[in-house]
Design a protein around this ligand. Structure first.
Ligand SMILES: Nc1ncnc2c1ncn2[C@@H]1O[C@H](COP(=O)(O)OP(=O)(O)O)[C@@H](O)[C@H]1O
Ligand SMILES: O=P(O)(O)OC[C@H](O)CO
Length: 505
């Protein structure tokens, strides 16, 4: 019987999901499971790659069971993942060597400072389109090689394997030590600080700078294409082609059908990531935006993007919930923020992992400023939501300043777009329409698109556009004077957060 569905795994920062789609892109079934966050020291963030693998199998099986299907009903599986997070494992035992170091983890600040001093920042921007930052994978690998005896020993013994979450999952899903495929895609590789962005290949000079051997790394492949098949002797009990692979922010761009130059989306999840498709042109930012691969087609054609990455967005809401106890669940932040008419003069700069785009300041730390006796919980909730919109404003301004990148609208997705107050404020502060699609799970949809296209389940990208319906548009209502006053206050607050840490810290 013809295989009638496509599945996709979305391995995100907070959870792992599996979605099953039919040919009209209807969600037939889905399952999701959170994994544990480890914060062993200030600024450190770790995940257990074995737990995540287990969750990937568990959500896949649960979604299939809900739909009354088996994996044999799937024409293909796509993979999308939190980017930059690095997993080291032993190729002989197939076991992770310690916990994965997550993209938000700032332990490599000193390594990055030293490398920037030695080589200058331009080298990294020129080769990789990225700044030297704790955010990307390469410094995390260097830290592991220098600080994890297990990683160093396994490297000496010639058994070390490295990769971002996609590479780890694909290797295990396709059989692991029994012939698993060790591969990543161009979008994920473009986030490592090890890939030459122009040639889409591991770069010898970068490998030397970070002390990484090519044999430890996965092969770089297109985002659309068959990587291998799931192991029929493994938990899925069938050989299903794994046929799509993209980093989650690029997958959201793809899932929003931003296939052409000039199209942009902003995803509001743990962090906030605005990507503008620049087509086959590798655009270089003057204002702190990243150059990155948007997707690579099966024939090798590369589309690039400019990206504004904001480290803390939804995780600020989680922090209000878990660390301050102001709310019990994320959706409670909106009613709490609505108990007050405005922010009462309070600004919250959530520089918990330093500041990413456009500042790239590892020494910045979070602050609240404007505190008076008047401020209450509602103002803090409102200031937190506004911080997400203001950080996006900074990224959009940088894109506008980078020649030819002015936006006329912004497509949005991710968990936070349920928040009406945030979306209206975002539209107000940007002075742009903000557009939400019917299907806000665009990340996992993008991975399904890539896999389905690779196996001919969908004929071409253009046919997918018809399936992307708009659910809601927010339009600006704020006056210019008020917008300028708010933005000016935000920028003053950011200046005070920057450079907070000194050497002794
Ligand atoms: N109604 C809401 N208002 C504000 N933030 C929300 C709301 N619902 C979810 N969030 C935040 O959105 C994030 C989850 O979004 P999601 O796209 O699933 O994230 P990720 O893919 O990064 O795991 C969480 O950080 C959560 O705090
Ligand atoms: O898993 P998310 O949605 O928080 O996305 C994380 C990004 O890929 C980090 O670059």
């Amino acid at each position: 019987m013809k295989r009638r569905y496509v599945g996709a795994i979305d391995q995100g920062t907070t959870s792992t999901r599996f979605f099953i789609y039919d040919h009209d892109c209807n969600v037939v079934a889905q399952a999701q499971r959170e994994h544990k966050q480890y914060f062993p020291q200030p600024g450190w963030v770790e995940h257990d790659a074995a737990e995540i693998l287990h969750n990937a199998y568990e959500v896949t099986q649960r979604a299939l069971t809900k739909a009354g299907l088996t994996s044999g009903d799937l024409a293909a599986i796509g993979v999308t993942n939190q980017r930059e997070t690095i997993v080291a494992w032993d190729g002989q035992t197939a076991a992770p060597l310690g916990r994965a170091i997550v993209w938000q983890d700032a332990r490599t600040a000193e390594i990055c400072r030293a490398l920037e001093k030695k080589h200058g920042p331009e080298l990294f921007w020129r080769v990789c389109g990225l700044p030297v930052s704790t955010y990307f994978s390469a410094a995390k690998i260097k830290w592991l090689l220098e600080n994890s005896p297990a990683v160093a020993r396994t490297a000496r013994d010639g058994r070390l394997m490295l990769g971002t979450m996609d590479a780890w999952l694909i290797w295990r899903l396709t059989g692991g030590r029994h012939g698993g495929v060790h591969a990543t895609d161009a979008t994920n590789a473009s986030r490592t600080l090890l890939m030459d962005i122009q040639n889409v290949a591991w770069d010898e000079e970068m490998l030397g700078v970070f002390g990484v051997e090519r044999q430890w790394l996965p092969e770089i492949r297109p985002s659309c294409g068959v990587y291998g098949h799931t192991d029929p002797n493994g938990p899925l009990e069938a050989a299903v082609p794994i046929a799509g692979n993209l980093g989650d922010q690029q997958a959201a761009l793809f899932g929003q059908c931003c296939f052409d130059a000039g199209q942009a989306k902003n995803t509001y999840g743990t962090g906030c990531f605005l990507l503008l498709n620049t087509g086959s042109r590798l655009a270089r930012s003057q204002g702190g935006l990243l150059s990155t691969v948007a997707f690579q087609e099966a024939d090798g054609a590369v589309s690039y993007a400019l990206e504004g990455s904001v480290a803390v967005a939804g995780s600020l809401v989680q922090w209000l919930r878990d660390n301050l106890g102001l709310i019990r669940s994320a959706h409670e932040i909106e009613p709490l923020a609505r108990t007050v008419a405005d922010n009462g003069g309070l600004y919250l700069v959530p520089a918990f992992s330093g500041l990413f785009a456009p500042h790239w300041d590892a020494k910045a730390r979070g602050l609240m400023i404007g505190l008076t006796h008047y401020i209450n919980k509602g103002h803090i909730a409102r200031a937190a939501l506004e911080a997400v919109a203001m950080q996006t404003w900074e990224v959009v301004r940088a894109m506008t300043d980078d020649a030819g990148a002015a936006l006329s609208q912004m497509r949005v997705d991710g968990g936070m777009v349920e928040n009406e107050l945030l979306m209206q404020f975002q539209s107000d502060i940007l002075d742009l329409p903000v557009i939400k699609p019917q299907n806000t799970e665009t990340t996992v949809l993008g991975a399904a698109f890539a896999a389905g296209l690779a196996v001919g389940y969908w004929s071409d990208k253009q046919s997918l556009r018809a399936k992307a319906a708009v659910e809601k548009t927010w339009r600006p209502t704020m006056g210019q004077a008020q917008r300028q006053r708010r933005v000016a206050a935000w920028l003053r607050a950011v200046e005070r957060a920057k450079g907070w840490l000194v050497e002794e810290d």
